[in-house]
Design a protein around this ligand. Structure first.
Ligand SMILES: Cc1cc2nc3c(=O)[nH]c(=O)nc-3n(C[C@H](O)[C@H](O)[C@H](O)COP(=O)(O)OP(=O)(O)OC[C@H]3O[C@@H](n4cnc5c(N)ncnc54)[C@H](O)[C@@H]3O)c2cc1C
Length: 475
């Protein structure tokens, strides 16, 4: 089979995910047509015509592969010959333990590499509807600011409710950091509902004094503003940040997400809490719980400070902090299969932020996976997804089914997620002793656990690569 006779894979969007996907595909000797609309049509956040433009911060976050899940994702991507990581490493600027880059150098390196590659055809055009039927293998990687015309086409295909135009992110807490001597498990009015047990929520009680202090802190806390272009979208109307609810009246939250009704604290059945914060299981593994209805524009630092004043959450470790942004993303766990294909139209594969992952690195990693899956399909060499114990497998698993769908009123429960250790299956046995035999406690124990998860991930990734990851063979 001559290389040029292989039909190309079309990628829509030359951002972090699209560029990484293109690189992985040409690494398998399969040609790519990369469609990027800039500079003919811009977005509200991009400023240049460069591929893989970083729209805000120049940081890829922690580069520590032993104790930080995003650092582990970096390391796995390096082992999978990532163009994004290669270009980031080559354009690094000093940033302590973080990997930060010279944004222009980074984007220029990726643009030059792809433009020069003989198997890449770069088309500067906007795709304004679903791709033509003749494109049999397509990756849609158009990001959080997918152009309106294409978003309309996708929404018509998947249903208006299945494509969101903004996110409403409630903080997520690691289950094992919640103090269950203070909190208790109970569903409101003990209702089991479909698939529930009647004890599905973790409840944190507040006395009147604690509630008043909490409201004062919310009102005074530092907030992040909306971008001008975000305030002109109508999408935020139905979904208020908790601090805005508090501004509307000191009792509003008590009659909204913090209502205490239908809940009895078994540890103090005669003391009625004045308000209750509820947390709901977020992933099938049961390691993560989200703070129900707590979308917020408080700064991350303020969220940690203020939410740790809630009884039971004093030692909370946050897997994700809250936010509200303009963001185009699919209800991916329902719509896409384990290799990122749209179940309703498998010729379309999705990658990057539009799948509901969050962040530059995560978007690029999901581009990497989409590229490998698409190339494997083109070459008729099936590729099994990476094990769930790897960072790539954990994130992919979350996007394609690991999130636990709930039917409560309010924002859709699937919301953007960064990589974090809560997405990994728990260890069969957590380390309990240091090398010298002393019992591990506190931070030392947490760090040892993270190291063990990371070691397991890199070991399993190596086995996955060795066990038939055809894409590496061509590199
Ligand atoms: C304002 C803002 C700030 C952010 N800040 C950060 C941050 O600081 N750190 C972080 O980790 N993450 C941040 N993110 C989140 C996210 O990680 C980035 O948006 C990331 O770039 C997503 O990668 P992507 O490849 O999915 O999308 P993008 O990198 O946005 O790439 C999508 C590409 O598709 C193109 N495109 C769109 N529609 C079409 C079409 N119809 N036809 C052809 N081309 C099209 C766009 O021009 C763009 O080049 C931010 C997001 C936004 C919106």
């Amino acid at each position: 089979m001559s290389l040029r006779s292989t039909a190309p894979i079309h990628i829509i969007g030359g951002g972090l995910a699209g560029c990484e996907a293109a690189w992985q595909i040409v690494g398998c000797s399969v040609p790519v047509v990369l469609h990027e609309m800039r500079p003919l049509r811009g977005t509200a956040a991009h400023r240049t015509s460069g591929l893989a433009e970083l729209v805000c911060s120049n940081s890829f976050r922690s580069d520590d592969p032993e104790h930080n899940a995003v650092g582990l994702l970096h390391e796995e991507m390096r082992k999978l010959n990532s163009l994004v990581m290669r270009s980031a490493d080559a354009n690094q600027v000093p940033a302590g333990g973080a990997l930060a880059v010279d944004r222009d150098g980074f984007s220029a390196a990726i643009t030059a590499t792809l433009e020069a590659h003989p198997l890449v055809t770069l088309c500067r055009e906007e795709i304004v509807d679903l791709p033509p039927a003749g494109w049999d293998n397509v990756i849609v990687a158009t990001g959080p600011l997918t152009s309106a015309a294409l978003a309309d086409g996708i929404a018509k295909l998947v249903g208006e409710q299945a494509l969101a135009f903004f996110d409403a992110i409630a903080p997520i807490v690691h289950r094992n950091s919640i103090d269950m001597s203070v909190a208790w498990l109970q569903s409101r009015y003990d209702k089991a509902g479909p698939g529930g047990s009647g004890a599905d929520y973790i409840n944190c009680p507040l006395s009147r004094a604690r509630y008043e202090g909490f409201i004062d802190a919310l009102l005074a806390g530092d907030k992040v503003g909306f971008h001008d272009w975000e305030t002109t979208t109508p999408y935020f109307d139905g979904c208020l940040p908790i601090e805005v609810m508090a501004e509307r009246g000191r009792e509003t939250l008590r009659h909204g997400p913090m209502k205490p009704f239908g809940l009895t604290n078994p540890k103090a059945p005669h003391v009625k809490p004045y308000a209750v914060v509820q947390l709901r299981q977020d992933n099938r593994l049961g390691t993560l719980f989200n703070m129900v209805g707590f979308q917020t524009k408080l700064t991350h630092g303020e969220q940690v400070r203020i939410f740790r004043t809630i009884p039971g959450l004093e030692g909370a470790e946050f897997a994700r902090l809250g936010g509200l942004h303009r963001n185009t993303f699919l209800n991916a766990p329902k719509l896409i299969d384990g290799t990122l294909r749209l179940k309703a139209a498998p010729r379309l594969r999705f990658a990057g932020q539009i799948t509901g992952c969050e962040g530059y690195v995560e978007s690029a990693a999901m581009g990497l996976m989409a590229g490998r899956f698409a190339a494997a399909e083109r070459l008729a060499k099936p590729l099994t997804p990476p094990p769930p114990t790897t960072a790539h497998g954990a994130l992919l698993g979350h996007i394609t089914g690991g999130h636990l769908e709930t039917i409560d009123a309010g924002p859709r429960s699937y919301q953007p997620m960064n990589i974090n250790f809560g997405l990994f299956p728990p260890l069969a046995q957590s380390p309990s002793r240091a090398a010298d035999g002393t019992r591990l406690r506190g931070t030392a124990k947490t760090m040892a656990k993270k190291r063990a998860i990371s070691r397991r991930a890199l070991g399993d990734l190596a086995l996955w690569i060795a066990g038939g990851d055809h894409a590496l063979a061509a590199e």
